[in-house]
Write a protein that binds this ligand. Structure first.
Ligand code: GRF
Length: 217
């Protein structure tokens, strides 16, 4: 049996939504055995929700007030959409992992454990990489626990840092790796859920190969 049944994704977003649109492209071209059951934001008017709606994806804007019940309301929305796997696809809040342990992935635009944690998002990450003088960067997909950017690593992809890089040029190069890493990590989880592979966790990294870039927005 090589065709895992589609995993139902609940994607939480705060930003532009490129990652979610890329997942949908991978699903449509048959390279990712998944379906996007929900795209949800806890910030009003995010670009990601506009783009996801235009693409015909089911979306929810969940008010972050009252803050005390936000995690419960998020759980309710994810359950109502029958989500199997939560994907933090550019989600800036701390997600209450609760019973989503082993059912929630995050993608971070650096090689964790370097350049992660509270406040490390967007250009802050790439500024930190450049300020540290790192010669390589990349992205990390990891299981989510109760700390920012902290859970067990599923996979990483690497890229070079060029001498003349700015946070913007580095972010663009890293994002090319993210376009491959996130669908690949989800596909591995799907294989595990279907009893076709062991639970994905890394140790290792996978090499960059342009031949693997099958998914684009
Ligand atoms: C990505 O760089 C991801 O690593 C980070 O947020 C960005 C998502 O961008 N967590 P987008 O909202 O998918 O365009």
């Amino acid at each position: 049996m090589n065709n895992p049944s589609p995993v139902r994704l609940g994607c939480l977003v705060s930003g532009r939504g490129r990652s979610v649109l890329n997942l949908q492209t991978c699903i449509e071209n048959g390279s990712l055995p998944a379906t996007i059951a929900l795209v949800a934001s806890t910030k009003p008017d995010v670009e990601a929700i506009r783009h996801a709606r235009q693409r015909g994806l089911p979306c929810a804007e969940i008010s972050d007030q009252p803050r005390k019940t936000l995690d419960d309301r998020l759980d309710d929305a994810l359950h109502a959409a029958k989500v199997d796997l939560v994907v933090l696809a550019g989600y800036l809040r701390l997600f209450r992992v609760g019973h989503w342990v082993d059912r929630c992935l995050n993608i971070h635009p650096a090689l964790l454990p370097r350049h992660g944690g509270a406040g490390m998002w967007g250009h802050h990450v790439h500024q930190s990489v450049l300020a540290a003088g790192d010669k390589e960067s990349g992205c990390t997909v990891h299981w989510v626990d109760d700390r920012f950017d902290h859970g067990e690593i599923v996979l990483q992809r690497r890229c070079v840092v060029e001498d003349q890089d700015t946070p913007t040029t580095l972010a663009a190069r890293v994002f090319e790796e993210e376009l491959v890493a996130l669908p690949e990590a989800i596909a591995r989880v799907a294989r595990w859920r279907n009893g076709l592979a062991s639970r994905p966790s890394s140790g290792g990294t996978i090499p960059t190969s342009t031949a693997e870039r099958s998914c684009n927005m």
